[in-house]
Design a protein around this ligand. Sequence first.
Ligand SMILES: [Zn+2]
Length: 335
Amino acid sequence: MLFGVEGIDRNELESYARQELFNEINECVNNLELTGDGLAERLAEGGILPMYGMPSRVRDLYHQDPSRKQKVSTIDRDLDLAIAEFAPGSEKTKDKRIYTSIGFTAPLLPDKKNGLVPADEPLSGRKWMLRCLRCQHTETSAHQFEHTVCPKCDATDEQGFRVFQWAVPLAFRTSLNRGDDAKNEYDVLITGAGSVAESKPQDFHLVNNTNTQIAFSESGRVFRVNDNRGQLFKGATGNATFGQGEKLLPNQWIDERFQNKNDGVKFQKQGESEEMIAIVAPKTTGVLRIKPATVPDGLCLDPVAPGSAVKAALSFILYGTKTTVLVYWLMQLPQ
Ligand SMILES: [Zn+2]
């Protein structure tokens, strides 16, 4: 990112504004992963230009409110939380009723003929992610990867190498039934999500008098990934009922566990086949990478080696007022 940097060169700034900024704005406008309302939010979400306050990345879960007949209500969360709390199969408790998420929809708009109609496709365009649980190498691409082992450390499937498809949900939905009676206020099932940063070549600096190397990038691509504990979410886009009645709403992505099932919805597939995806909250933000400079003999830092006591890579996010920094611990594997 351009701002918050000390010692900006005047000529560099001018040439950036004259030559590069236009293309970056264009890319941002056409990036389907960004769903901010209006240009300012999109540019902020894409990390191109800042806006006053933080961009809104709020996503809705549509459910029925039994106290207000037939009325559709929403619970909202920041996208980072929504991909875990609203994931298909997850339960949310509100006003002592339990609502189960069954899939995705685009935000719903009022429609004279049908009542409600989705604004768009339920998910952003599908992309691919290559991820190594062993060394934390991460790449994304619009196309399928050809690698069958980690390009960085040669880890195989058994050693934590994964390639999968992912998308960003625009909004989430339940079956729009009345919800179940809550047994207690804490009865909430959540599938986990972890943060990863896209790998890029970087110069690490040794921290004096330590065994630690660090690298900071001002605009790293960070992904919060919910891969359903490695199983991915299986479902399809199609026409599905929304609440009582037989009327079908188009462009609904429904998890196969809830397609034409008792506690699900009536569903007709639009395309050919089911798909397996992870749901992701992408973000452009600062990334601080930390790794050991050398690994002493006899110490194994491989998180997926049999019998390894090393927990999978540590990553945590520091939320600030201006920017978010993902602090990222990289394993230094013995060569
Ligand atoms: Zn690897």
